[in-house]
Design a protein around this ligand. Structure first.
Ligand code: M6R
Length: 365
């Protein structure tokens, strides 16, 4: 059932190219056409939305943060992202024209369901982004966008996450179409980028030996810091969560620009700093943050765009990733971080698929 893999998590990491293809199937339009997204809202209903609240937990909350970035950039609709467990009890202000999006792989997370219900009671329209057909979230919401990742068995979410990001990219483009805010050239670039993503993810497999070396070198570290900016900031959070969850190493994710406001005090030669630095609008800023970390003896493991030599002499090791549109980089950069967490956990002898104290879906408060 694990198809030759040692763990479900490993199998699910490697299934991502296929999971993405399945999720994008029939949802990518031909040149210049509207995105054929299976949503029951018509163009006018979409155009009338003027506020979005995203609620989710854990990894799905991280995809919500990337979703906020994409939706705001492409449709100019203001987006709030909240932990479902907080949202449900904070008497959220729902104005007319508000859509609540609950992102949940399982569709059974108690806090997410309750947060969606709370918003619906206050008059919001409701949409679920979900991986399990017929789950409570899909029955509770007015509309559902399915991720077609296939069953995810490992407790650590992997392919559900990257397919959520793909669906949120399409949703952001769809909203941008309805609002008339999306530049056709940018739209064409992103759609072409999505088409090419499964092939790019296939190519990531060849990086596994280098990631295993990192894992061997750093498996006994007591703490990790993950840094990113813009749409890759949530990927820093996600990388840290993956590591914590399955290897029990303390890890924190931070926006790189926030490092100087506290976490920099932690940096010394024993602290691995995993840096996400795609070639994007944030690159120069991230680079100077990393120079500061290196000046304090931080051990930088960097993920950069193929051919980017800007970190030579600064980073201890550099992983070069395919050049993709910067707004699709989260999908590509998430994968090596999943593999890093996976291999560290295996080397530490942890039960990767059933980490201690965790359940696949959290159906209690
Ligand atoms: O099924 P959901 O997406 O609602 O689950 C949310 C979280 O419980 C889940 O993402 C959790 O954080 C994962 N174990 C992370 O790998």
């Amino acid at each position: 059932e694990k198809g030759g893999y040692k763990h479900f998590m490993q199998k699910e990491i490697f299934e991502q190219p296929q999971a993405l293809s399945n999720t994008l199937l029939n949802r990518l339009p031909l040149d210049g056409e509207a995105i054929p997204l299976d949503l029951p809202f018509n163009a006018q209903e979409l155009a009338d939305l003027n506020r979005i609240h995203i609620v989710a937990c854990g990894t799905s909350w991280h995809s919500g943060l990337v979703g906020k970035f994409l939706i705001e950039q492409l449709s100019r609709v203001a987006v709030e992202v909240d932990y479902a467990s907080e949202y449900r009890y904070r008497e959220p202000v729902i104005q007319p024209g508000t859509l609540i999006i609950g992102i949940t792989q399982s569709g059974e997370t108690a806090d997410t369901l309750a947060a969606m219900k709370e918003a619906a009671l206050r008059g919001a329209r409701t949409l679920a982004v979900c991986n399990v057909m017929g789950s409570t979230a899909t029955r509770q919401a007015e509309a559902t966008l399915m991720t077609h990742a296939g069953p995810e068995i490992g407790v650590a979410s992997t392919k559900a996450f990257t397919t959520q990001l793909a669906v949120l990219t399409l949703l952001a483009l769809k909203l941008g179409e309805a609002k008339g805010t999306v530049d056709p050239v940018l739209k064409a670039e992103l759609l072409q980028g999505l088409r090419e993503l499964p092939a790019h993810l296939e190519r990531l497999n060849s990086l596994e030996p280098q990631i295993i070396q990192w894992a061997q070198r750093w498996k006994d570290a007591t703490d990790f810091l993950y840094l990113g900016r813009g749409p890759c900031y949530p990927i820093a959070l996600e990388g840290a969560l993956k590591l914590k969850e399955i290897s029990y190493i303390h890890a924190e994710g931070y926006p790189a620009g926030e490092m100087k406001h506290g976490p920099i005090a932690l940096i010394d030669k024993t602290l691995p700093v995993v840096a996400l630095m795609p070639r994007d609008a944030h690159r120069e800023k991230t680079l100077s943050n990393l120079q500061e970390a290196a000046a304090r003896d931080g051990r930088i493991l960097a993920l950069v765009t193929e051919g980017d030599t800007g970190l030579s002499g600064i980073a201890e090791d550099v992983l070069e990733l395919p050049a993709v549109h910067p707004w699709l980089a989260p999908i590509v950069y998430a994968v090596p971080l999943q593999l890093l967490a996976y291999h560290i956990a295996v080397l530490r002898g942890c039960d990767v698929d059933q980490p201690r104290n965790l359940a696949k879906s959290v159906t209690v408060e």
